[in-house]
Ligand binder design. Structure first.
Ligand code: ADP
Length: 418
C-alpha cells in the first residue's frame, strides 16, 4: 500500500495535533516516532506523520532529520509532503523553519510552497501576512517572551525571509476570500515572480479549506494543523466513522501523570476520591529505592475492574523544592525514567489501556513501551486522541499534553473505550 500524504512534524504533540485534524476529515493516519528503520504495515493507511523533536535543535541537525523523513515518506508513495510547525511559527532568524523548508523544497524539487500557520479555532489567524494570537499581534503576545523562540516580529514574510534562501510573497485575504481558483492564480503569479514561498492569509476555516484545495498539486506545504483540514478532500476522502473509531484493546486501565500543569492537577483531584491513587516519592527515587517496582505491585493489587492512577505531579512549591534538591533536569529525568519502567512492567502484567499526562512524560512512556508507531483513533478532547499500537503488544494509549483536557478527562477517556 502506498501513502497519499506524508507529514514531517517538528515536535511530538504538534504531530498528534495534525494527525487528529486529518483523522477528523476521514483519513487513516499512522504516527511514527522518528524515521523508522523498518517499514511498518501501511495497509489502509492514507497518511503517515513522522514526529521529530527538531524545533529547537541545531539547524543542520533539523535539516538532516527532516530530509531523511521526507525521503522515507516519498519512498512509501507519499506524493505530497506537509511540513508541520507550531501555529505561532516558533523559530529564530537561524531557523529551524526556513532551513528545513529550503532543504525540503530542494529535495522535492518543489516550485512554490505555502506558509500557513493559521488555526483560527485556536485563535491563530493571519491577515495581510501578519500572524495574530487571539486579538493580539504575535509580537505583542506572550510568545515574545518565549525562552527558546521569542517571537518579536509578526510579519510572516519578514520572518521567513530572515531564515530562508528564497523569496517570500503574500497571498492576501483579497485573493483568499475569493476561493481556491483565485488563490491558485495568485500562487502562479508569485512563482513567476521568483517567489519560493507564499504566505497565505486565513481568518476562518473556509479560508483554510480554499487554501488546501489550491495547494492540491503542491509537492510541499508548510504550516500549522489548520490548513491540513482541507487536504483529505483533495484525495476524495471525507469524514467517516471508520476513521474516528476507538481502539479495541482489552486490558486493565491505568493513568500515569507526570505533568504538573494546572489542568492535570485538576484532573488528578477529580479522580482522587473515586479511584485508587498513588503518588510517587521523588526523594525515594533519588535514594535509589525501587519505586517503580513498588508502584507496579500496588497497581497489580488494586481491583482489576476499576482504573487506577499513579502520579508524580505536584504543586509549584513542591516542584521547586524538589528541583532545588536535585536540579531541574535530574528531577525531571528521574521521574520520567520511573514512569517508563512502570509502564513497561504494567504492559507485561495485564495492563492494556494507558492514559499518560504530560508531553515529556508521554515521550518517556512511549520509549519505555518501545513503541515506534501509533494508529490515531478518535478524539477524547480537542487535540487528544486515543491511539493504538500496530505491532507488538496490543496497547491503547492516550497521550495528553499537560494543559489539555477537561477536569473529568481521565474518566471520560476510559468511558470512550468499549
Ligand atoms: P507538561 O506537558 O505539563 O509540560 P511534562 O511531562 O512535559 O508535562 O513535564 C513535566 C516534567 O515534570 C517531567 O519532566 C516530569 O518528570 C517532571 N515532574 C513530575 N513530577 C515532578 C515532581 N514532583 N517534582 C519535580 N519534577 C516533576
Amino acid at each position: 500500500m502506498s501513502l497519499k500524504l506524508g507529514i514531517i512534524a517538528d515536535d511530538f504533540t504538534g504531530a498528534t495535533d495534525l494527525a487528529v485534524t486529518l483523522v477528523n476529515e476521514g483519513m487513516s493516519v499512522l504516527q511514527l516516532f522518528g524515521t523508522p528503520d523498518a517499514v511498518p504495515d501501511l495497509t489502509g493507511i492514507d497518511a503517515a506523520v513522522i514526529a521529530l523533536k527538531s524545533r529547537t535543535i541545531a539547524p543542520e541537525l533539523a535539516v538532516g532529520q527532516s530530509v531523511e523523513a521526507c525521503r522515507w515518506l516519498t519512498q512509501q508513495g507519499a506524493g505530497q509532503i506537509f511540513f508541520k510547525y507550531c501555529s505561532t511559527f516558533d523559530s529564530t532568524d537561524q531557523g529551524n523553519i526556513g532551513p528545513v523548508a529550503d532543504a525540503l523544497m530542494d529535495e522535492l524539487d518543489a516550485e512554490i510552497a505555502l506558509i500557513c500557520p493559521a488555526f483560527p479555532i485556536n485563535g491563530r489567524s493571519v491577515y495581510m501576512g501578519h500572524l495574530f494570537v487571539g486579538q493580539e499581534l504575535l509580537s505583542d503576545s506572550p510568545m515574545r517572551h518565549h525562552p527558546l523562540t521569542p517571537m518579536t516580529d509578526s510579519s510572516l514574510v519578514r520572518l521567513m525571509t530572515a531564515q530562508s534562501r528564497k523569496r517570500v510573497g503574500l497571498v492576501s485575504h483579497d485573493h483568499v476570500k475569493n476561493g481556491a481558483e483565485a488563490i491558485e492564480e495568485k500562487l502562479i503569479k508569485l512563482a513567476l515572480d521568483g517567489c519560493g514561498y507564499a504566505v497565505a492569509d486565513a481568518i476562518d476555516n473556509r479560508d483554510l479549506r480554499a487554501i488546501g484545495r489550491a495547494a492540491q498539486f503542491h509537492k510541499l506545504i508548510t504550516g500549522g494543523s489548520g490548513v491540513a483540514m482541507g487536504l483529505p478532500a483533495n484525495f476524495g476522502i471525507s469524514p467517516s466513522e471508520a476513521a474516528t473509531a476507538m481502539p479495541r484493546v482489552a486490558g486493565r486501565e491505568i493513568v500515569l501523570a507526570g505533568s504538573c500543569s494546572v489542568a492535570t492537577r485538576g484532573q488528578i483531584a477529580f479522580v482522587k476520591d473515586r479511584w485508587p491513587v498513588m503518588k510517587l516519592d521523588v526523594d525515594a527515587i533519588a535514594a535509589g529505592e525501587d519505586v517503580a517496582g513498588a508502584a507496579v505491585d500496588w497497581a497489580n493489587q488494586r481491583p482489576a475492574t476499576a482504573p487506577a492512577l499513579i502520579y508524580a505531579s505536584a504543586d509549584p512549591d513542591e516542584v521547586a523544592a524538589t528541583q532545588a534538591r536535585y536540579g531541574v533536569e535530574k528531577a525531571g529525568a528521574m521521574v520520567e525514567e520511573t514512569f517508563a519502567n512502570i509502564a513497561r512492567t504494567l504492559s507485561q502484567t495485564g495492563f492494556g489501556r494507558f492514559v499518560v499526562a504530560g508531553g515529556e512524560t508521554s515521550g518517556a512512556v512511549v520509549s519505555g513501551l518501545d513503541i515506534r508507531a501509533l494508529k490515531i483513533c478518535g478524539e477524547i478532547d480537542p487535540g487528544v486522541p486515543w491511539t493504538q499500537t500496530t505491532d507488538g503488544t496490543e496497547i491503547a494509549l492516550a497521550l495528553k499534553s499537560g494543559n489539555f483536557g477537561t477536569p473529568d478527562f481521565f474518566e471520560k477517556a476510559f468511558a470512550r473505550l468499549a
